[in-house]
Design a protein around this ligand. Structure first.
Ligand code: ATP
Ligand code: MG
Length: 142
């Protein structure tokens, strides 16, 4: 939908301004989500990218949008510092706000190491694990 497309454009500009390369994959054809869910998704995308810019020190970021089973899944991965040594994320207002809004539309939020997508940091061998933020919202009932 238009709202999410607009936010995708805005966050790519933010990342570009911060010298972080950005790849966007998948499609934002959100016919299946409600307008409310799309608004929540857009807000979450914005905060996830704010965090990448503010906290990660990443050089690369990948945003993907996919329809999986009954859900729309938006993931934001970065190759930044992440939470090494098993330290867990301490939720501040940004992450808590995302979580609350997602719960309101029966969605969910998960943070984990960026995992297999981490070629750049791996190559540099600096031990950075990156961050993956998964945001899910259910499709509207037909
Ligand atoms: P606010 O969002 O209220 O301005 P904040 O960004 O510090 O403040 P959260 O968005 O809740 O709060 O994030 C909590 C903490 O998680 C951050 O302070 C940071 O330490 C860590 N964090 C979040 N996203 C990332 C990321 N992409 N890479 C590394 N650390 C992150
Ligand atoms: Mg934040």
């Amino acid at each position: 939908g238009a709202r999410l497309d607009e936010e995708l454009r805005r966050v790519s500009e933010m990342l570009e301004a911060a010298d972080i390369t950005c790849e966007i994959t998948g499609e934002s054809a959100l016919g299946k989500t409600t307008l409310l869910a799309e608004n929540v998704l857009s807000m979450c995308l914005k905060e996830a990218i704010n965090n990448v810019v503010k906290h990660s020190g990443a050089r690369h970021c990948r945003i993907s949008i996919a329809s999986i089973a009954q859900e729309l899944v938006l993931t934001v991965k970065d190759d930044g510092t992440g939470m090494e040594n098993g330290r867990s994320y301490v939720y501040g207002n940004g992450l808590l706000g995302m979580k609350e809004r997602l719960e309101f539309v029966n969605g969910s939020l998960e943070l984990s190491p960026a995992g297999e997508w981490h070629p750049h940091a791996k190559a540099s061998g600096d031990g950075r694990v990156g961050t993956k933020v998964s945001i899910k919202v259910p499709h509207a009932l037909a």
